[in-house]
Ligand binder design. Structure first.
Ligand code: FES
Length: 104
């Protein structure tokens, strides 16, 4: 399965992502700049913040209440399409997803 990260400078990084892996884990393994994943996916750092690209927001689903609260603590501005990528698990529904990495 595949996911693509668009960096603030417009560069695109496309990676193969195994089903069940979070998009934070995939980004860290693939050295996507700007995705840190400091807390290891326990929703306590917000350093995995991404913007879900247009056309993918419905498939990505809505954040949980706790994720919502953490999204208010991100460095980059929070947008309606903001998600913590440690909470996005690769699967058939989001195969091919495109994420934008916020500029900080
Ligand atoms: Fe820390 Fe996602 S990795 S909140």
């Amino acid at each position: 399965m595949k996911a693509t990260w668009i960096l603030p400078d417009g560069r695109e990084i496309g990676l193969e992502v195994k089903p069940g892996l979070s998009l934070m884990e995939a980004a860290v393994a693939g050295n996507v700049p700007g995705i840190i994943g400091e807390c290891g996916g326990t929703m306590s750092c917000a350093t995995c913040h991404v913007y879900v690209a247009d056309g993918w927001q419905e498939a990505a689903g809505a954040p949980s209440d706790f994720e919502e609260a953490m999204l208010d603590a991100t460095d980059a501005p929070r947008l309606a399409c903001s998600r913590l990528s440690c909470q996005l698990e690769m699967g058939p529904q989001i195969d091919g997803i495109v994420l934008r990495v916020p500029a900080v």
